[in-house]
Design a protein around this ligand. Structure first.
Ligand SMILES: *[C@@H]1O[C@H](CO)[C@@H](O)[C@H](O)[C@H]1NC(C)=O
Ligand SMILES: *[C@@H]1O[C@H](CO)[C@@H](O)[C@H](O)[C@H]1NC(C)=O
Ligand SMILES: *[C@@H]1O[C@H](CO)[C@@H](O)[C@H](O)[C@H]1NC(C)=O
Ligand SMILES: *[C@@H]1O[C@H](CO)[C@@H](O)[C@H](O)[C@H]1NC(C)=O
Ligand SMILES: *[C@@H]1O[C@H](CO)[C@@H](O)[C@H](O)[C@H]1NC(C)=O
Ligand SMILES: *[C@@H]1O[C@H](CO)[C@@H](O)[C@H](O)[C@H]1NC(C)=O
Ligand SMILES: *[C@@H]1O[C@H](CO)[C@@H](O)[C@H](O)[C@H]1NC(C)=O
Ligand SMILES: *[C@@H]1O[C@H](CO)[C@@H](O)[C@H](O)[C@H]1NC(C)=O
Ligand SMILES: *[C@@H]1O[C@H](CO)[C@@H](O)[C@H](O)[C@H]1NC(C)=O
Ligand SMILES: *[C@@H]1O[C@H](CO)[C@@H](O)[C@H](O)[C@H]1NC(C)=O
Ligand SMILES: *[C@@H]1O[C@H](CO)[C@@H](O)[C@H](O)[C@H]1NC(C)=O
Length: 564
């Protein structure tokens, strides 16, 4: 019996899939855009909770390129007044109220506290101008709601989503806000921020027509610019890629539509934003296959492709920076479901490596200036450990997903030619997602300043089912010119895997405690950081080549750093 078991184990490891990966360090194809440094959440007030502050610190530390944070509800009215207790899909600042005569009262106390918390941790705002303060809402009641992750999504679209009763008052609010920020922080600081108008105005977040959104946009842009002529303003953060011709009509408006704020033609647009979402599903157990979730990365990539195609068709707009203002595996961070159970483990980071690297490939194909791929996930203070929301950290413990952003933060410089014998083509993944063989893909960069080569390799499949390891043979060439014939280099091999950079499996190994001891919490926090597979070591560089071999489990990610 045990003999048979040993044989089976040997056989199963023997079926590891051989994968050849080659990287030509001498051959660069332009700067690798540092896209994976934008984050966001519905709930602005989570930023100023203890766990929110800690997570912002970790986001600010991700890499050399600036991290940004986008949040809804920065102009939403608290209900009851002054109550900023974080709640799912809700947040408020009381920035705008009126006295009994209808005169505006601006109060930036809560907005300031939120932005101070970002800036003190090296995170800058990607400011979302929204939503409608209660006294300005054309249909204010009901204004608030209690979302509890089991009720239907539509209950959230209350008074804040309604069209302002006065465009003048709306415009003046925007002006006062930007003026306040400039006075407080200076124009130089403000020039590094982004301002964008609303969220997903093509669905329930905006209870108005598309024409009315254009007017909202025109008043916002005109008034941001009135306070700071050099500010960056963009939009429209449309849901579902271009959503048919919604994005195109918006671009038309910015080019030659009637500007309802100025009476002129067109509206200024500094960057273009849209949203892309995957579509995970859950399959019940059958006689042969256990119940499992399956991701669908093609759903998200199709959104990206379709939006890029629209943008690329506008000669005057196609060179503008593009930010995928939400770029996620599914549509609801504050919802829980079996199909969303990817969120604690390795599937989330490996999916993100696949999606973001293909976003970069799509940008190259359509000649799009992709500046960011924003992950809509943060944290919820005091919810149970690993409870299945789409969050980056749970109770101050970073989840595996955070470590793919730490890896991206080390992947800087020029993109280097790299290929893998098991990487799916862009067209195959757009059409069929990753449902047959796993995608064992590679993304590599050489940073001249640091004389450093970084190679990220993932082993990804849509299904949350066991699969054989990939046995990787990595052949790096082209180092002779980079390193002037040096014969050795330092290798650091980072790993996100079943037993590395993985607080979730560590927590499960403890028996999934909801009341862990202080020592256990410390251990989990350490397990949540990016770890190496083995000790950094010297490797030989012969004729400008380095060859390495290692096993990569399904849904694991390696980042190899070779440095002089
Ligand atoms: C990997 O490379 C080796 C040596 O060049 C070759 O024999 C093998 O067929 C390759 N395997 C794959 C999957 O490309
Ligand atoms: C502004 O808002 C803060 C926070 O809600 C509050 O403490 C303060 O009293 C308000 N200031 C004024 C002048 O109303
Ligand atoms: C969630 O809210 C709905 C009302 O929208 C309510 O019917 C339901 O009982 C609530 N569930 C929980 C667990 O509180
Ligand atoms: C606007 O809100 C009303 C309820 O106040 C709702 O009946 C209507 O469907 C909403 N319209 C849009 C376009 O969201
Ligand atoms: C914007 O201006 C156009 C042209 O003057 C007008 O037809 C349209 O109704 C206006 N839209 C709004 C929302 O005011
Ligand atoms: C605006 O320009 C588009 C082409 O980009 C054209 O199809 C449309 O007719 C123009 N609209 C107006 C109002 O001039
Ligand atoms: C899967 O099983 C659940 C009950 O466990 C059931 O409610 C659901 O309808 C099933 N789904 C399918 C697609 O059969
Ligand atoms: C993934 O989503 C796309 C877009 O909704 C859909 O067309 C496709 O069938 C899905 N793929 C799989 C494998 O479920
Ligand atoms: C290379 O690394 C340095 C130091 O981390 C960083 O400042 C620089 O921006 C990186 N270069 C590129 C092109 O990303
Ligand atoms: C990678 O591409 C180069 C040149 O296109 C080719 O010679 C090499 O065989 C490819 N390697 C793999 C592993 O596909
Ligand atoms: C490379 O490793 C050696 C020996 O461990 C160490 O002395 C040196 O500082 C390392 N160099 C870099 C650039 O990390």
């Amino acid at each position: 019996m045990s003999g048979l078991l040993v044989t089976l184990l040997i056989c199963s490891s023997a079926v590891a899939r051989q994968v050849n990966i080659s990287v030509d360090a001498g051959c660069s194809v332009g700067v690798l855009p540092p896209v994976a440094r934008f984050f966001g959440a519905d709930e602005p007030n989570e930023a100023t909770t203890p766990d929110g502050e800690l997570l912002l610190k970790h986001l600010g530390d991700l890499g050399p390129h600036q991290t940004y944070f986008r949040t809804h509800n920065l102009l939403t009215t608290c209900d009851p007044p002054g109550d900023t207790t974080p709640r799912l899909k809700w947040g408020c600042t009381d920035a705008y109220t009126e006295d009994s005569e209808g005169n505006p009262i601006y109060n930036w106390t809560i907005v300031d506290a939120i932005f101070d918390t970002y800036l003190e941790r090296n995170v800058r705002p990607y400011v979302q101008i929204g939503f409608t303060p209660k006294v300005l809402a054309s249909d204010p009641e009901p204004y608030t709601f209690l979302f509890n992750a089991t009720n239907t999504y539509n209950i959230i679209f209350t008074g804040w989503s309604h069209v302002p009763t006065s465009w003048q008052k709306w415009g003046e609010l925007v002006y006062q806000w930007v003026k306040h920020e400039v006075e407080l922080r200076g124009a130089d600081e403000l020039n590094s921020w982004y301002w964008e108008v609303w969220n997903e105005p093509n669905i329930g977040y905006w209870n108005g027509t598309q024409e009315q959104y254009f007017t909202l946009y025109d008043y916002a842009v005109a008034n941001v610019r009135r306070a700071l002529p050099t500010a960056r303003v963009g939009g429209p953060e449309v849901a579902g890629g271009p959503d048919g011709n919604w994005l195109g009509l918006f671009l038309d408006h910015t080019i030659n539509g009637t500007n309802n704020a100025t009476g002129g033609e067109g509206s200024s647009l500094d960057f273009i934003s849209f949203h892309a979402k995957g579509l995970p599903t859950y399959t019940n157990a059958t006689d042969t296959v256990p119940g499992h979730l399956s991701m669908n990365v093609s759903a998200s990539l199709q959104n990206v492709r379709d939006a890029f195609a629209v943008i690329a068709s506008y000669p005057s707009q196609k060179k503008k920076p593009v930010i995928i203002g939400e770029d996620d595996p599914d549509g609801c961070a504050a919802c829980q479901s079996q199909a969303y159970s990817y969120r604690n483990g390795l599937i989330f980071p490996s999916y993100t490596a696949v999606a973001f690297s293909r976003d970069i490939d799509l940008a190259a194909r359509y000649d799009i200036n992709l500046e960011g791929t924003l992950t809509w996930a943060f944290e919820f203070q005091d919810t149970p450990y690993f409870d299945g929301f789409r969050v980056l950290a749970t109770r101050g413990i970073d989840k595996p997903i955070m470590n793919v952003f730490r890896m991206f933060g080390k992947l800087t410089g020029d993109r280097i030619v790299a290929n893998s014998s098991a990487q799916l083509s862009l067209d195959a993944i757009l059409a069929d997602s990753v449902r047959s063989e796993p995608d064992v893909g590679v993304l590599a960069a050489f940073n001249q300043t640091e004389s450093k080569l970084a190679v990220m390799i993932w082993n990804y499949h849509d299904d949350a089912l066991p699969k054989p390891d990939a046995h990787i043979t990595l052949d790096v060439s082209g180092l002779e010119d980079r390193w002037q014939g040096c014969q050795s280099a330092n290798l650091t091999h980072y790993r996100i895997g079943p037993t590395h950079s993985n607080s979730y499996t560590r927590w499960q190994a403890m028996g999934s405690p909801q009341d862990p001891s202080a020592a256990q919490v410390a251990e989990l926090k350490a397990a949540g950081m990016l770890q190496t597979l083995d000790h950094p070591r010297q490797v030989r560089v012969e004729h400008g080549r380095v060859e390495l071999e290692f096993a990569l489990p399904i849904h694991a990610i390696s980042l190899l750093i070779l440095q002089q």
